[in-house]
Write a protein that binds this ligand. Structure first.
Ligand code: FMN
Length: 378
């Protein structure tokens, strides 16, 4: 049997295989962030499709941290009942589900929140309007909000939580010299820049207890000028391990102007797949914790090599599961052809209009084929 289909555990969370659905904003939550039947159906479909671990969309831990419309929320107790339905749907189909806890910080959506976004610093050049540099009370407020959100997640039956510290959102901004220009104990060297993240981890751990899986998604580097560098990312990873993180999902890049840099478009060859694998190799060597690798995983053979060579312990997928929620079962059944996803990011389009993510390219292909088919019949 392929190692990809071996069972494993992350701090007691038993997983059926080594595939993970990476956090994906679906644009399917209600205006106040509540879970909807549509979102629950999607989660059930993913669980049925065989992926070992589902990570939800980024869920905002406090109102001012909302990144975009129809984003899942976990910032108030009233949201727990909907989230409980979500976890039940996943568990009923034999899946496991972790919620991604997030705060957009600098990139919070002021139109939706009605507030000036709070950030480590009012760094210039990444957005039009000014940002409010967080004071110590505001940092502690966010730390507490993460803890309270984790408690709600635990109450709702999630199998664990994942701290979002990637792609230029708040905690990733703290790690990044481009966004964090602070002169206090939260800015400066990497130990200081990791302080807010470690405080969040400690707060969550204190609230959920030692036997509850706490994961993090973080950047191996920012890929922008003056951004987080690989050596500093490794240091942050080591600090997370010292403070009891249970797994690290390695990603990279920063979301600027609605686009992630570097580009994740057009992964057409195996060479372009798993585009953070070199960084993952170093991480695995130096940071002693289960590693989940995300970014451009498309073919079974490449994924298998990555796990067999010990580059990563888990293979995480986002866009391929939008097009094929049953991809893992397909591979398990012996059909090993690569994911049908063409990495054109068209899945964002319907979600931006309020229709929720789906693979627009597949829909267009289907329409084209059926038109072609009708033409032949005439
Ligand atoms: C529609 C869409 C929504 C996303 N939402 C999130 C999110 O909520 N949280 C997150 O950490 N990453 C998010 N990402 C990034 C993915 O999790 C993933 O890191 C990236 O797409 C690369 O993986 P892939 O090549 O398998 O798609 C999103 C990506 C897409 C395409």
């Amino acid at each position: 049997m392929s190692k990809l289909f071996e069972t494993s555990e992350i701090n007691g969370m038993k997983l059926a295989n080594r595939f993970v659905r990476s956090a994906t904003w679906e644009g399917m939550a209600a205006d106040d962030g509540a879970c909807t039947p549509k979102l629950i159906d999607l989660m059930a479909e993913l669980a049925k499709g065989g992926v070992g671990l589902i990570i939800t969309s980024h869920a905002y831990v406090s109102p001012e941290g909302q990144a975009g419309p129809w984003q899942l929320g976990v910032y108030k107790d009233e949201l727990v009942s909907g989230l409980t339905e979500m976890t039940k749907a996943v568990h009923d189909h034999g899946g496991k589900v972790v919620i991604q806890l997030a705060h957009a910080g600098y990139f919070a959506n002021a139109k939706l929140t009605g507030q000036t976004p709070i950030a480590p610093s009012n760094a210039e050049g990444f957005a039009k309007g000014p940002r409010k540099e967080m004071n110590a009370d505001e940092i502690q407020g966010v730390v507490k909000a993460y803890g309270a959100a984790a408690k709600r997640a635990q109450t709702a039956g999630f199998d664990g939580v994942q701290i979002h510290c990637a792609h230029g959102y708040l905690l990733s901004q703290f790690l990044s010299p481009a966004f964090n220009q602070r002169k206090d104990e939260y800015g400066g060297d990497i130990r200081n820049r990791t302080r807010a993240l470690i405080e969040v981890l400690r707060e969550i751990r204190q609230v959920v207890g030692k036997d509850y899986p706490v994961l993090v998604k973080m950047n191996c580097q920012d890929f922008i000028e003056n951004g987080l560098q690989p050596e500093d990312s490794l240091q942050a990873g080591k600090m997370l391990v010292e403070n009891g993180i249970d797994a690290i999902e390695l990603s990279g890049g920063v979301l600027i102007g609605g686009k992630l840099s570097p580009s994740r478009l057009g992964i057409k060859s195996e060479e372009k797949e798993a585009y953070f694998q070199n960084e993952a190799r170093t991480f695995t060597r130096e940071v002693n914790v289960p590693l989940i690798l995300v970014g451009g995983n498309r073919s079974f053979q490449v994924a298998e090599r990555i796990v067999n060579e010990g580059v990563a312990d888990y293979i995480s997928l986002c866009r391929p599961l939008i097009r094929e929620p049953d991809l893992v079962n397909r591979w398990k059944s012996g059909d090993l052809s690569k994911a049908a996803c063409v990495s054109d990011n068209m899945c964002f389009e319907p979600a931006r209009k309020g229709d929720g993510i789906y693979c627009l390219t597949e829909e267009r292909e289907r329409k084209k084929n059926s038109e072609g088919g009708m033409g032949n019949a005439e």
